[in-house]
Design a protein around this ligand. Sequence first.
Ligand SMILES: NC(=O)C1=CN([C@@H]2O[C@H](COP(=O)(O)OP(=O)(O)OC[C@H]3O[C@@H](n4cnc5c(N)ncnc54)[C@H](O)[C@@H]3O)[C@@H](O)[C@H]2O)[C@@H](O)CC1
Ligand SMILES: Nc1ncnc2c1ncn2[C@@H]1O[C@H](COP(=O)(O)OP(=O)(O)O)[C@@H](O)[C@H]1O
Ligand SMILES: [K+]
Length: 510
Amino acid sequence: MPSPTALFSASEIRDIERAAQTTLPAGTLMQRAGEAAAELALELIQSAGDTANVLILAGPGNNGGDALEAAYRLAQGSLEVTIVLCADPARQPLNARQALLRAQSSAACFVDTDLRDDLFAEKWDLVIDGLFGIGLTRAIDSTVRPLVQAVNVLACPVLSLDVPSGLDADTGNIVGENGIAIRASHTITFIGNKPGLHTAHGKDYAGAVRVASLDIDEACFIPFHAELNDVRLFSSHLRLRMHNSHKGSYGDVTVIGGARGMGGAAILAARAAAKSGAGRVYAAFIDDAPTHDSLQPELMCRNAVDHDFASGTFVAGPGLGISSTARNILERALNAQVPLVLDADALNLIAADTKLQTLAARHASPLILTPHPLEAARLLGVSSATIQDDRLAAARQLARLFNATIVLKGSGTVIATPGDNAVINTTGNPALATAGTGDVLAGMCGALLAQGWPEREAAVGAAWLHGHAADVLVEQGIGPTGLTASELIPAIRASLNQLINKNAQHGRTL
Ligand SMILES: NC(=O)C1=CN([C@@H]2O[C@H](COP(=O)(O)OP(=O)(O)OC[C@H]3O[C@@H](n4cnc5c(N)ncnc54)[C@H](O)[C@@H]3O)[C@@H](O)[C@H]2O)[C@@H](O)CC1
Ligand SMILES: Nc1ncnc2c1ncn2[C@@H]1O[C@H](COP(=O)(O)OP(=O)(O)O)[C@@H](O)[C@H]1O
Ligand SMILES: [K+]
């Protein structure tokens, strides 16, 4: 069993499968997949009682085989199991054909796909989606499309096998132009977890994901190149403060931004840095600096041109604007060999200026870039749709290009560092889809760097805490609608302290 947070591409899953199959009787993995799926199905229909009505959709390939194996098992008891077979048995892969024979020998009832209207007039307690798995190569076509559309408006739970049919397991996008996919409430994914279930459209289509490793021998698992975010990835930096410490022990953060009309962005980033534990925080404004922040008077507000760039950690970009003053200040920050977080307009300025690109790529101190998809698109000279087509690939490409840690934001934020596994964040929700939350994230990255966290851990830890704080607030009814970036900041502080305390060993820092 690999790490529970490991993510595998479809081609890696096929390699593992091939290795496992050499030592197992034919059909074993499919039977195990069917068994695991049936087990979860029974959990999902528990409240419906022994006579629940289960509709099972089985496609033409091995995913359909998994569904037929699950059907065979579920039909052993008193459940009403109905199967829609969207396959020509003569063309099924051998194991799936065997599974079909078993399902045909059971009490399950097969219905014709043409009976669609009658079919969906019934009250189902659960739909199992075994139409397509990782073998889908083109958009779901017109024969199966109406079935998918009908399932997507049902109120009952929908359990997808391996991946929601129509979703790309690698990228979390819908397969093919004008494609369609099943919107599952639950997905049981086989052998290993898959990136596409957790980023782009993944979370909306896969629902709650469970991994069934099918008891595959550990030796068959190849090293993984991507993983889900987890506190373990940064827990060694969640340290209690030494009693004998002072503000200088926790670093200085300077936020560079806040051009006229966008002062709030710099303030949000600076407040987030202060509440994420930075010892001292400066807000360096491109245009006129306010004398102070009356809600957070401990921030030191000043004009960026007067600031000393020689030491400390810098967060450049929130509300920076793209004026020539902004550009020149950014160049100073890039030239200073200081830990640096680049966000928002700092990224836009760099995208438009080859000299700044070279400086960023040569920056010898820790460097974190926090683009949203459009900023990432500008940096790579492509469209934001191209970035979203493969978020992992885009983040990795940027990491290589800038030799930096990239935080590609959005649903399932991707963090990529050169030479290390890409990480997909697991926390957060659409409450964060509101102005200013990105400024908060940039400020947090700066604060963690200033406290000595390495760049990858700072990025991964900031993304996790940022999302977790939003999850806690939504649980309390503060969002998702109407959560503001300002409200996120104290919740981040609470999450950080909670994690540090949880991680402490008997009140000691180890
Ligand atoms: N091979 C194995 O040993 C195992 C495979 N497993 C399952 O097998 C799945 C992969 O199986 P397959 O490689 O057979 O692939 P799928 O079952 O995902 O789909 C492939 C089938 O769909 C057809 N197809 C592809 N795109 C189509 C489209 N747009 N419209 C109509 N038909 C289309 C292909 O011609 C092929 O018949 C996994 O996702 C998993 O569920 C599991 O049973 C574990 C073991
Ligand atoms: N649907 C979502 N699910 C999870 N996180 C989200 C979602 N939408 C936005 N976010 C997060 O909110 C933040 C928004 O940042 P950004 O787009 O830069 O906004 P701004 O520049 O207004 O601060 C990012 O951390 C992003 O990952
Ligand atoms: K499926």
